[in-house]
Design a protein around this ligand. Structure first.
Ligand code: 1CP
Length: 344
């Protein structure tokens, strides 16, 4: 099987020679080629010029036997296009110049032609597809509504997103309105990526795990359902990653996605018994990649064997349980990918 065939077979739940492998944040600062690209170009330039985005996305494919590419972009393209002003300081997290705190802030969102201000993302997918042809699977992505809402309200990164979670309870109507608007932009953005050549899409709910189940049900889930209603009508394979979301797993089936990208703290066999027919992806701890290649090989093989024991390896994609950390040695990534590629 070649890479794209294997990736598509996993999405369909067909028999596999072995599960396909790709890694969240596979094209990042841990790669010297990416750092060289960033020495020449700003982060937004890399996202917004399809030729540069493709160069970043190809870096890991040139090095490792991965089965899929993820378009190089960022989840914060949505608040940027809404006019909130998103910048990245050198070596820092994102900063949002005009955070959402009041109804007047929401009224200032620039919804007119918002998708046209993110057209560089589907154009990056098209450029990537044109370069890769049918050799690799291609993933599009977007932030899940709650995580985007959290950045919009907080105004940047945070450990607990206290402002965002407070706003949900102080002004639930405003929170619902913002989440609905974000969901509609995200759905259209994902469909545009599919039209441009993405085989599947992933929603990153990196901060969804901060919510209690009832909060997730009341705020995050309805927004996800708006998205999956649109994507489901087009039969788009849709993966949902909720970092720290193990306590939400029983609920997430209601989101309407076709699969889950599991956090490293979730036990694969338990998730599989809850969701026998869903696509599951994951879930090696990215911190392991800071350790020894031997441990990574052993853990990766053990996970692949669990996939085989629980579903004959069907509906399964090997990945990390969160993105590759900056500072990860490229050699340990090789140990993981080689173990996956050689597994039979
Ligand atoms: O070059 C740089 O200095 C910028 C670092 C960087 C990179 C490489 C940022 C800023 N974004 C990205 C790319 C990116 N972001 C990808 C591309 C694919 C790949 O790397 O292979 C993807 C899928 C994302 C998604 C993303 N951005 C998420 C969800 C995934 C996750 O890690 O939880 C989140 C939360 C963001 C926001 C963001 N963008 C950048 C940073 C440093 C952050 C985190 C901010 C924070 O909360 O501190």
């Amino acid at each position: 099987m070649h890479s794209r065939e294997r990736f598509l077979a996993a999405l369909r739940g067909d028999a596999l020679d072995r599960p396909p492998v790709w890694l969240m944040r596979q094209a990042g600062r841990y790669l010297p080629g990416y750092r060289a690209l960033r020495a020449e170009h700003s982060f937004w330039d890399v996202c917004q010029k399809p030729e540069l985005s493709t160069r970043a996305a190809l870096e890991p494919l040139d090095r490792y036997a991965l089965d899929a590419a993820i378009v190089f972009s960022d989840i914060l393209v949505v608040p940027l296009a809404l006019g909130l002003g998103v910048s990245f300081g050198p070596g820092e997290g994102p900063r949002i110049a005009r955070p959402l705190r009041t109804a007047a802030d929401y009224d200032a969102w620039n919804l007119d032609g918002v998708l046209s201000r993110i057209d560089y993302l589907p154009r990056a997918v098209a450029h990537l597809k044109d370069t890769l042809k049918d050799r690799y699977g291609i993933l599009g992505f977007a932030g899940a509504p709650f995580t985007l809402f959290a950045y919009c309200v907080e105004g940047g990164g945070s450990d607990d997103f206290r402002e965002a979670r407070t706003l949900m309870h102080r002004d639930p109507a405003l929170a619902h309105q913002a989440l609905t608007t974000i969901a509609d932009v995200v759905a259209d953005l994902l469909l545009a990526q599919v039209d441009a050549g993405a085989d599947a899409v992933q929603l990153f709910d990196s901060w969804g795990g901060l919510l209690a189940p009832d909060e997730y049900r009341d705020f995050a889930l309805p927004a996800l359902q708006r998205i999956t209603a649109k994507l489901g009508a087009r039969k788009v394979p849709t993966l949902l990653f909720v970092r720290g979301g193990h306590h939400l797993l029983p609920l997430l089936g209601e989101s309407g996605v076709t699969g889950f990208s599991l956090d490293w703290r979730t036990e694969w066999a338990i998730a599989r018994s809850m969701y026998p027919g869903h696509l599951l992806q994951g879930n090696i701890d990215p911190v392991l990649l800071l350790g020894s290649p031997d441990v990574i090989r052993r853990r990766t093989r053990a996970l692949l064997e669990t996939m085989r024991a629980t579903s004959e390896g069907r509906h399964s994609i090997l990945n990390l349980g969160h993105g590759i950390l900056p500072g990860t040695p490229p050699e340990t990534v090789a140990a993981l990918v080689e173990t996956a590629a050689e597994f039979r």
